[in-house]
Ligand binder design. Sequence first.
Ligand code: G3P
Length: 226
Amino acid sequence: MKFFLDTADLDEIKEAASWGALAGVTTNPTLYSRIGGKLDDFHNHIARICEIVDGPVSAESVAMTRDEIIRDGRELAKIAPNVVVKIPTMVEGLAACRALSDEGIRVNMTLCFTVPQAILAARAGARYISPFVGRFDDISEDGLSQLGDVVTAIGNYDYTENTVGGEQVEIIAASIRSANHVTQSALMGADIATVPFGVLKKMVQHPLTDRGLESFLKDWEKVANA
Ligand code: G3P
């Protein structure tokens, strides 16, 4: 499984990248607004993220019609070769996904909740599909089981004839709220988990690791002083 950081915060991205396990970044309009992002600085901000991270960096279009999304997507893709255009799973979004993929621009279909949505996204040429786990839980549905269904359903077929460069479509477990969400997503075979920085930090920690480390250091002191 690969890890993407779900943030627009440059300090978080730099810190996570320095840990050596970061494969990419996903942003969305909420995450950009959370860091006080300005409209006219959006493209520059995505460029700054792409300077830190070599892997895919998702930048979302907020346009609502096919042609506007395509226009947006083309501009976003010009920022850096690793930009992935993030598009909501809706009719206009699917149509734009098809057109951008045909032009060789990689697309991440976001706000995906169900198997039929995911299948349509894959058929429309999406390189990445992002089923949201936590937001399903928020409405008292089982987000993890929906994610598992998407992983299985997409894995049952070959979509490479649809994607840019014949690459395999990858499932990004999104709206991840806990380390347990990551565990379960990995067990289900999601290709990628995009996680907030707080969750990434929790993934490293375990009280038994802390306790073990403490006793190793104590015992090593005995060795050093013997
Ligand atoms: O980037 C999309 C997704 O991960 C958002 O998560 O926590 O706002 O539901 P959340």
